[in-house]
Design a protein around this ligand. Structure first.
Ligand SMILES: [Zn+2]
Length: 141
């Protein structure tokens, strides 16, 4: 077994017109970023989840409190809920991207099948959609 820094069986990750082919270093940087992101987002998710369950426990025995306090703790709880969901989504996206990478399927838009592009993946290693498909889904949302 040699160190598997690149994708399986030398799979070629596509690039956009005008972009140079991926180098081994670039690939290992992107993969390293994904591994790092997964650890980060997982930690964030677990922290936010712990924070959230604390808030829920506090909320459960908050009977007879000032309505203003209840309002602000509801707000805090909503914030925490969206933080938790957000961290989880980023975590899952990064996991998926790493899986695709290791399967040699990385860098192809999951919607239109065209290359996502090297420049975009270097900024967002977890991207699984090209810019135009991403924009289309965001507009619909
Ligand atoms: Zn696309």
């Amino acid at each position: 077994m040699t160190a598997t820094k690149t994708t399986k069986q030398g799979a070629v990750i596509p690039v956009l017109d005008g972009e140079g082919p991926w180098t081994t270093e670039e690939l290992s940087e992107v993969r390293g970023q994904l591994v790092e992101d997964i650890a980060n987002y997982e930690a964030k998710f677990l922290a936010a989840q712990a924070e959230l369950s604390e808030l829920l426990i506090e909320g459960a025995d908050g009977a007879g409190r000032d309505p203003a306090d209840v309002g602000s703790s509801n707000f805090e709880r909503d914030q925490e809920v969206s933080l938790t969901a957000n961290a989880r989504e980023l975590w899952e996206q990064s996991e998926l991207a790493l899986k695709l990478f290791d399967e040699g399927l990385y860098g192809v838009c999951e919607v239109c099948g065209r290359p996502i592009g090297k420049a975009r993946l270097q900024v967002f290693p977890r991207a699984t959609m090209c810019v135009s498909c991403k924009q289309r889904t965001e507009r619909r949302a």
